[in-house]
Write a protein that binds this ligand. Structure first.
Ligand code: KE4
Length: 432
């Protein structure tokens, strides 16, 4: 479907060429707009809450490069800090004080983290934390939840969310059974299913990993008692509890979902926000567990660009900005206005919908719901979501190009941006 109201000639030319050069023309599948239809716009630049595409069209952005841009794109203080850091070089491959600074900030902020290791992506963080869980417990099986996404490492590509769900890939070819045979899955928010898995696999489960608030099957919140229940079950069975906070970290609260919900896991993975838009990931947790990581202990994990000075610099400045008074109150206020407004307009225009927000993360399903897990999420009207997405895009609002993603606000979104977004949503939903 070609955009009717905006000129996207250059985007189409560049994307056509890209498809000859890179699989699907993208560096990450969800960017290809496969599930919403139409062609993606090609970005030229981003600033604050806005995107400009190569044809000069401006959009209000609710993807925020999938989470990192929580302070707004190209924040002047982050850019200035990077300019200064650049003068000292782009990579050391050796210890730098910047790693100490960001490590201390992460340890001070995240309740479960006593020690931390930096890597280059959320995928790397989740891969490493799985190896660590298995080494610490000397057990091989893990439990993940249907629809949760923990990066693209083989052992996680089982009923995963995000791009896997978006593209409807059953799992993925090329993933050997040997890699996934120890990955057990349960429906999100289903404690009985988790208890049954532990009963069926006594003393074999190293731990449970989950998104404490799901953003990769659409936006799904934990039922009351779910996180607490997992904490109890894992303790009872000598297994570890891991919160994958790559998306929720420093977004749901400064201390992540674990601070918001008051449940402390044994290990946590991070990414996105702590790199301020540069490649970064991290995993951390109890000192007795993290001390097993090489070279302190025998569990190997390494990375050429891990802890690189530019990502550390952008992360440090981003967290400094997030520490300023009123940050999370503002994010909650504007996101509540947006999420509640979208639901109200959907209702007023006759579209069954459910969803909501927590802090600067939100989501909307075109189904009356409620949505407690991935199966519920799959009942939503995907075709309608695609038409909604395209209608919003053509009117200057950029939403995540998949029903199985979450939306993100940032400190640069103004009340006027939210009002404009809601006005456009009313126009689009009235026409669907
Ligand atoms: P990365 O390897 O993409 O940095 O992180 C993987 C990952 C791990 N855990 C969670 C909870 C995540 O959300 C992610 C990555 N999120 C997706 C967005 N749903 C990244 C976007 C993309 O794949 O292009």
């Amino acid at each position: 479907m070609v955009n009717t109201t905006i000129k996207t000639t250059k985007s189409q030319e560049i994307f056509a060429a890209a498809q000859n050069l890179m699989p699907g023309g993208v560096s990450s599948p969800v960017r290809a707009f496969k599930s919403v239809g139409g062609q993606p716009i090609v970005f030229d630049r981003v600033k604050d809450a806005y995107i400009w595409d190569v044809d000069g069209n401006q959009y209000i952005d609710y993807v925020g490069t999938w989470g990192p841009a929580i302070c707004g794109h190209a924040h002047p203080e982050v850019i200035a800090a990077l300019h200064e850091a650049l003068e000292k070089g782009t990579s050391f491959g050796a210890p730098s004080v910047l790693e100490n600074v960001l490590a201390e900030m992460v340890i001070d902020a995240v309740p479960s983290i006593e020690m931390v290791r930096f890597v280059n992506s959320g995928t790397e963080a989740c891969m490493a934390v799985l190896r660590l869980m298995r080494a610490f417990t000397n057990r091989e099986k893990i439990i993940k939840f249907e629809g949760c996404y923990h990066g693209h490492a083989d052992m996680f590509l089982v009923k995963a969310g995000s791009g896997v769900a978006t593209l409807g890939l059953p799992d993925s070819p090329g993933v050997p059974k040997s890699a996934t045979m120890n990955t057990l899955t349960a429906p999100y928010n289903d404690l009985e299913a988790v208890k049954a898995l532990f009963a069926e696999n006594p003393d074999e489960i190293a731990g449970v990993i989950l998104e404490p608030v799901v953003g990769n099957a659409g936006f799904i919140t934990p039922d009351t008692g779910f996180l607490e229940g997992l904490r109890e079950i894992t303790r009872e069975h000598g297994a570890l509890l891991v919160f994958d906070e790559v998306m929720t970290g420093f977004r749901i609260a400064y201390g992540g979902a674990q601070e918001k919900f008051g449940v402390t896991p044994d290990l946590t993975t991070l990414g996105k926000v702590i790199g301020g838009g540069l490649p970064v990931g991290a995993y951390g947790g109890r000192r007795d567990i993290m001390s097993m990581i090489a070279p302190a202990g025998p569990v190997y994990q390494a990375g050429t660009l891990s802890g690189n000075p530019l990502a550390m610099t952008a992360g440090i400045k981003t967290l400094e900005l997030l520490q300023r008074p009123g940050t999370y109150e503002y994010l909650d206020k504007i996101t509540q206005k947006l999420a509640d407004g979208l639901l109200q307009i959907a209702q007023e225009t006759g579209h069954p919908a459910c969803g909501g927000h927590i802090s600067a993360m939100f989501g909307l399903f075109f189904t009356c719901g409620p949505v407690h897990n991935y199966e519920d999420a799959k009942k939503s009207d995907m075709a309608k979501f695609g038409r909604f997405h395209r209608g919003m895009l053509e009117r200057g609002v950029y939403l995540a190009p998949s029903q199985f993603e979450a939306g993100f606000t940032c400190l640069a979104h103004s009340e006027a941006d939210i009002d404009q977004t809601l006005a456009v949503a009313r126009e689009v939903l009235s026409s669907l």
